[in-house]
Design a binder for this molecule. Structure first.
Ligand SMILES: O=P(O)(O)OC[C@H]1O[C@H](O)[C@H](O)[C@@H](O)[C@@H]1O
Length: 562
């Protein structure tokens, strides 16, 4: 129980609170006119430029935030993570996703064991297996090349790999390696998702990868049984051995399911589900689709950020700066949401992935010592690629609620288009918006400006923009596998920084358990009512009414078993 004091009780926290009034006196328009200030808020590392000058901060704010980080022992916490200490206290585990992308010759010890050796043993196995599948040396039961892969998994065993796959899909190098192959993801227990995944696929040419850290997740296991049946029905039960492999930390359950443990790719309990995309969870399906060499570049990009995060001083450290700014926005300025706005269709699945990493990590109600928090943690993350989002929810961001925005853009497009006679290239057109939106949010538009433009008086209030809406911009050189790895690691570590400062455990997720156990109760009831005609019992009036109606109206749809 409570052993250390909350960061909230420190003088530094109170000092930052008091500082809010001060900073709010200056509009972002004025803050932006201070070139020296803006210059100091541009930070570059390994080709990535961060511009946070449109945050509602001055140099004083930053110093106060660095002091807060010190009071929260941020550096020590980062070191403890990198040293393999058991910082995931509620399950007494280390948090070592950084080891998943560490160079082969590096040493990261956990309990006196160099885990990098284990990591590379699995990476080598993935490389070998994916090359055999891709070449046809490992073929399906009827001798055909397994050119299509369905990866079954949910949550952390799905969102990260989906994000990276979506991002690589149009990368010119990755395209070459993916020719003639397909990768699909089956996550939802909704049978519609099964139907969509198998549509147009032939079991003879399909490899199913069951991805589950625990190998107990209800959705994943039911989907795995469903696709096992799909393969068996078409090719006979013996075909399963050639058509199904697994990724898990629980190799015993993999075997029990009927998958040869030799065809299973391990990872370890020191990898959190939502931090597992660099383990076999992501590396296996992505290597099957794009070849191991492309995926290795992705790992290298993440590793570069790991080193930077570990060693750069706070004022030059991208994840630390981003994390501290988030804490500032949430805890002091009182902005509970964050919009993730990549100006690239390739990053279409970035916001959904970060949603899990961030909201499952930092949406907590107690401190790491179990003390109820007197302040809120975590952000409400959402986002869409620009420019699509502009035509959807930006209205609210410009004139409604204040939502700090992350603008993410790339200098080079994966798929440039230059049309004759157009003013600019298609990528320039996209990026015009990337550069314009942050200023629109920061500066807004005043009634005086509108008057000068002869806007009719009654429309002036409607066309006025208050401005003073914070954002930050990340400009990447391009969006190849390496850059995608960098981006992933920046956000992973940013989220850890926030959790470290808030003094919470960013690595557990007890909040998802209650719903799961209530679903078990409902599942039992549905079984008892359908199979034995038992009445609905033990639920409140509302749930009972809904359940009865569902059972009655679907009675004819469920086939009777003998
Ligand atoms: O990989 P699995 O063990 O199947 O877990 C899949 C997911 O389910 C859980 O409910 C957790 O909330 C997620 O963090 C996890 O990634």
């Amino acid at each position: 129980m409570a052993s250390s004091s909350l960061i909230y009780e420190t003088g530094l926290w109170k000092d930052l609170r008091a500082h809010v009034e001060e900073i709010k006196k200056t509009h972002l328009r004025e803050l932006m006119s201070d070139t020296e200030r803006c210059k100091s808020m541009m930070v570059e590392f390994d080709g990535i430029l961060l511009d946070y000058s449109r945050q509602i901060v001055n140099l004083d704010t930053l110093n106060k935030l660095y002091n807060l980080a010190e009071a929260a022992h941020l550096k020590e916490k980062i070191n403890r993570m990198f040293n393999g200490e058991r910082i995931y206290s509620t399950e007494n585990r280390p948090v070592l996703h950084i080891a998943l992308r560490a160079p082969r010759d590096s040493v990261i010890n956990s309990d006196g064991k160099n885990v990098v050796l284990d990591v590379w043993q699995v990476l080598d196995k993935i490389q070998d297996f994916s090359e055999r599948v891709r070449s046809g040396a490992w073929a399906g039961a009827t001798g055909k090349v397994l050119k299509d892969v369905i990866a079954i998994g949910i949550g952390g065993s799905f969102l990260g790999p989906l994000f990276v796959h979506t991002a690589l899909q149009t990368d010119p190098e990755a395209i070459e390696f993916a020719r003639g192959r397909q990768l699909r993801f089956l996550a939802n227990v909704d049978p519609i998702d099964v139907a969509r995944n198998i549509a147009g696929l032939n079991p003879e040419t399909t490899l199913v990868v069951v991805v589950s850290k625990t190998f107990t997740t209800a959705e994943t296991m039911l989907n795995a049984r469903t696709l096992r049946e799909w393969i068996s029905a078409a090719l006979g039960p013996q075909a399963v051995a050639k058509h199904m492999v697994a990724v898990s930390t629980n190799l015993k359950l993999v075997e029990k399911f009927g998958i040869d443990p030799n065809n299973a790719f391990a990872f370890w309990d020191w990898v959190g589900g939502r931090y597992s995309v660099c383990s076999a969870v992501g590396v296996l399906p992505l290597s099957l689709q794009y070849g191991f060499s492309v995926v290795e570049k992705f790992l290298k990009g993440a590793s570069s950020i790991d080193q930077h995060f570990y060693s750069a001083p706070f004022e030059k450290n991208l994840p630390v700066l981003l994390g501290l700014l988030s804490v500032w926005n949430v805890s002091f300025l009182g902005y509970p949401a964050r919009a993730i706005l990549p100006y690239s269709q390739a990053l279409e699945k970035f916001a959904p992935h970060i949603q899990q990493v961030s909201m499952e990590s930092n949406g907590k109600g107690v401190s790491i010592d179990g003390v109820p928090l007197p302040y809120e943690t975590g952000e409400i993350d959402f986002g869409e690629p620009g420019t699509n989002g502009q035509h959807s929810f930006y209205q609210l961001i410009h004139q409604g609620r204040v939502i700090p925005c992350d603008f993410i853009g790339a200098v080079k497009s994966q798929q440039p288009v230059y049309l004759k006679g157009e003013m600019v290239s298609n990528h320039d057109e996209l990026m015009s918006n990337f550069f314009a939106q942050p200023d629109a949010l920061a500066y807004g538009k005043t009634a005086e400006q509108l008057l000068k433009e002869n806007v009719p008086h009654p429309l002036i209030p409607h066309k006025t923009f208050s401005g003073n809406r914070p954002s930050l911009s990340l400009l990447l050189p391009s969006l190849n596998a390496y850059n995608i790895g960098q981006l992933l690691a920046i956000y992973e570590h940013r989220i850890a920084v926030e959790g470290f400062v808030w003094g919470i455990n960013s690595f557990d997720q007890w909040g998802v358990e209650l719903g799961k156990s209530l679903a078990t109760q409902v599942r039992k009831q549905l079984h008892a009512s359908r199979k034995k005609g038992e009445p609905v019992e033990g639920f409140n009036f509302s749930t009972t009414t809904m359940l009865k109606r569902y059972l009655e109206e679907s009675a004819d749809d469920v086939p009777k078993e003998d």
